[in-house]
Design a protein around this ligand. Structure first.
Ligand code: ADP
Ligand code: MG
Length: 481
């Protein structure tokens, strides 16, 4: 039975690090890259008697994410202890939520190919991260700076049916969290991590197969590779009469294959119980409503608006909205310049090119949206040619100066003064009587030659439309005589 006769089933668990300044249960900083164990308090170190104090910002961000993912927000949720031993988890348990998570029963709609796909969200809960073990030769070191960093775990229902769908779901989820300002969306640095649960069943079967959990996939490419590999492995196993074991596997990025890591624990192995140090979390409905009122427009809604209201192509709309900062830049400029299509081209073209080339963040660039709008007005007003405008923009990007001042300084202004252009046209025609004669004899291709000569004489600054019109008028006159 070929692989096409099997139906893959995928559910994703995402751990997203929240962008708070301090940890979830202590005042220690969440800052990255400090000297090991500097950002720790007695709570992070798990010292006896130290009591956790909940960071309200974490709850705020969890509710924001839950609302954006159409979840029901539990006004009563419970903290649980999940027990396991790791050297980087000094308490011997992780504080998380288990039976009563803060958000449940949501869904995420995302673009997929020409359509949209909807995946149900099973639950979202808050929890603390562990520290980090660093293995150096014969030594193993423990850094607890990350211990207690707030995480959201976002668990999907097993609604995904291919590696591609899984990757697109993840991208959409990441974009939403970044839009909400709750996560930096950085897979490589591990602030957005994904575990993929994969199973296969015969097409048409009603019962799902046994799932395997693939741990910590840290790029969209690896997510796809690991899932595809795992699907093929499971199909081959089942084909050969074998049985898929419920287990946790690691993806070896070098060899492009998954490897067994450990048997998958059952929930009962963790000895979950409500944490006696933390009372149940009770929210006022007004707290939730207040957050609802401040939700920003999310990526999919933006795409639909850019297409339906602004008339952009779906493709451009998706590119613009994939980056929150770019969408914001575009929208600010749009308030000063009405041609959305032309503006989108500049944002996706020159602006993005400069940002990539210079390696600066869009939020740090010197050129402002108003200045870009000014440049496009100058093009429309024929003060500068489209081509010269690119050079002007480069200088604006470097210096943060206005279009007009760069145009004036660099002498890149376009000459639209009819008198000045006419003088050049007359001169060129007078100097090329042979070509004029050819034109008059019906060799109309010579027209391009005249245009080229005039433009060269004007160092490319003549308004092309005026040059064309004047040449046509003059040559007609010559012909008539
Ligand atoms: P655990 O903590 O044991 O991993 P969770 O409930 O946190 O359990 O996550 C289970 C994940 O596995 C969910 O994303 C769910 O969609 C997915 N899942 C459950 N059953 C299957 C299956 N048969 N095939 C693929 N994924 C599955
Ligand atoms: Mg899991």
């Amino acid at each position: 039975m070929p692989i096409a006769d099997f139906q893959p089933v995928i559910g994703l668990e995402v751990h997203a690090q929240l962008l708070t300044e301090s940890k979830i249960f202590s005042g220690a900083s969440t800052g990255f890259g400090a000297e090991p164990n500097l950002h720790t308090t007695e709570v992070c170190l798990g010292l006896p008697g130290a009591l956790p104090v909940l960071n309200e910002k974490v709850v705020h961000m969890a509710v924001r994410a839950g609302l954006a993912l159409n979840c029901q927000i539990r006004l009563h949720s419970v903290w649980a202890r999940k027990h396991y031993f790791y050297p980087d988890l000094p308490k011997g348990y992780q504080i998380t939520q288990y039976e009563e998570p803060i958000c449940e029963h949501g869904n995420l709609v995302f673009p997929f190919g020409d359509t949209e796909k909807s995946v149900r969200i099973l639950r979202i809960h808050m929890e603390e991260d562990a520290g980090k073990n660093i293995h150096q030769g014969a030594q193993s070191l423990v850094d607890l700076n990350r211990a207690g960093t707030p995480l959201l775990e976002i668990v999907s229902e097993p609604d995904l049916r291919s590696a591609d769908e899984a990757a697109e779901y993840l991208k959409a989820l990441r974009d939403i969290l970044v839009y909400l300002g709750v996560n930096d969306g950085n897979l490589e640095e591990g602030s957005f991590r994904c575990d993929a649960n994969v199973s296969v069943m015969k097409k048409g079967a009603t019962e799902f197969g046994t799932r395997v959990e693939l741990k910590n996939l840290n790029s969209f490419r690896f997510v796809k590779q690991a899932i595809d590999y795992e699907i093929a492995r499971q199909v081959e196993l089942v084909e050969g009469g074998g049985k898929v074991e419920q287990e946790t596997r690691l993806f070896d990025t070098q060899r492009g294959e998954t490897r067994a890591m450990r048997g998958k624990e059952d929930a009962r192995d963790y000895r979950y119980f409500p944490d006696p140090d933390l009372p149940p979390l009770v929210l006022e409905p007004a707290f939730v409503d207040g957050i609802k009122a401040t939700l920003p427009e999310l990526p999919l809604a933006k795409v639909r608006r850019y297409v339906d209201v602004l008339g952009l192509s779906e493709y451009d709309a998706r590119l613009l909205t994939a980056d929150k900062a770019l969408a914001a830049f575009f929208e600010s400029a749009l308030a000063h310049y009405g041609d959305a299509k032309k503006l989108a081209n500049w944002c996706l073209g020159e602006l993005s090119r400069q940002v990539n080339e210079k390696g600066v963040a869009l939020t740090q660039v010197k050129v402002t949206p108003v200045q870009l709008a000014g440049l496009l007005q100058a093009i429309d007003g024929k003060t500068v040619s489209n081509n010269a405008a690119k050079e002007v923009f480069g200088a604006m990007f470097e210096s943060g100066r206005d279009a007009q001042s760069v145009i004036a300084e660099k002498g890149l202004g376009q000459v639209s003064d009819t008198g000045a252009i006419e003088a050049v046209v007359n001169d060129i025609l007078a100097r090329h009587p042979a070509e004029v004669a050819q034109y008059k004899a019906g060799k109309v291709q010579v027209f391009g030659f005249f245009v080229g000569q005039v433009m060269r004489a004007m160092k490319g600054k003549g308004n092309p439309q005026t040059v064309n019109e004047l040449l046509k008028a003059k040559l007609k006159l010559t012909r008539a005589f």
